[in-house]
Design a protein around this ligand. Structure first.
Ligand SMILES: Nc1ncnc2c1ncn2[C@@H]1O[C@H](COP(=O)(O)OP(=O)(O)OP(=O)(O)O)[C@@H](O)[C@H]1O
Length: 276
């Protein structure tokens, strides 16, 4: 079964992890993004694509609560164990305290930055980078932490003998793989990714994309990934939102959006890529 034909929400009892309705963020009088609506399902990978300045980063910032939601609502369904009181299973993120949001970051959400240095502690060891999120959740047993770190280094294809080296000594691709390990080690439910492969050599990008794709599928993660690269969206996402001037102008299953774009702008975007 292909990634795109997988049934993502066949279980009738399963509800959306994230429900976005008419959401927007303003910079002063100007909207950075507006009137955005979509559902994100458990295990679903959603790509946000568009040209520079189309509002992708603003939307990701708003969804991940780094920017305010100035219109509309973003509702999230926390894990039963979260301790967050949710009405009908979901909670309006704007109503949560900073403490609750911090708890979500510690236990349920990950963020993979474009620049690995923004998501890593560059001067602590690779093992320390992986163990820190576990320790923030109370893990203390040295032997178990070290075993987890070794396991995750292997999973992201970093030789485990590099465990005591700092990421400052790693290549760009290795740093990005370490950032991914640091974000996945505590088994989050939702991971935001901001252009995680750009800035790397093409061959390194391809390997990293393959790795992200297999980890996401193995762990059943929900992912929202911003990319200006339609090939990235094609490779790893089930569904794609196309943005222009701060609004979503087209959305649908990725294969449909890229093979049979309906909006003139998407047609232009796809054909400009094809012409290379
Ligand atoms: N801090 C800010 N203050 C004012 N306006 C901003 C700010 N950040 C972004 N904008 C504006 O919001 C709009 C959307 O920008 P955004 O950075 O979200 O686009 P993007 O699609 O992520 O672009 P890129 O791919 O270049 O990162 C643009 O018109 C931009 O000028």
């Amino acid at each position: 079964m292909s990634l795109h034909s997988m049934s993502l929400h066949s279980d009738a009892d399963e509800s959306a992890l994230l429900t976005v309705e008419g959401a927007g963020h303003r910079y002063g009088q100007q909207f950075g993004c507006q009137d955005v609506s979509f559902d994100l399902w458990p295990g679903e990978v959603l790509a946000i694509v568009g040209e520079s300045g189309s509002g992708k980063s603003t939307l990701l910032g708003m969804l991940s609560q780094r920017l305010t939601t100035d219109e509309g609502t973003i509702r999230y369904r926390p894990a039963d164990s979260s301790g967050i009181t949710a009405t009908a299973g979901a909670v309006d993120l704007a109503s949560l305290s900073e403490r609750d949001i911090r708890r979500l970051w510690r236990t349920e959400w990950g963020f993979v930055h474009q620049n690995a240095a923004d998501g890593l502690r560059m001067h602590i060891s690779a093992g320390g980078n992986i163990c820190e999120p576990l320790m923030a959740n109370g893990a203390r047993h040295y032997g178990q932490l070290r075993a987890q770190a070794e396991h995750w280094l292997e999973r992201v294809e970093i030789p485990s003998h590099r465990i005591d080296d700092t990421p400052a000594t790693f290549s760009g691709g290795m740093r990005q793989r370490l950032q991914i390990a640091r974000n996945l080690v505590f088994a989050p439910r939702l991971v935001f990714m901001d252009e995680p492969t750009s800035g790397l050599d093409v061959s390194v990008q391809a390997r990293l994309l393959d790795l992200i794709r297999s980890l996401v599928a193995d762990l059943g993660l929900s992912v929202i990934i911003v990319t200006h690269d339609l090939a990235v969206a094609r490779l790893i996402s089930h569904r794609t939102l196309v943005m222009k001037d701060g609004v979503v102008i087209e959305s649908g299953l990725t294969d449909r959006v890229l093979d049979d774009p309906q909006a003139a702008y998407t047609q232009l975007l796809v054909s400009s890529i094809l012409q290379g």
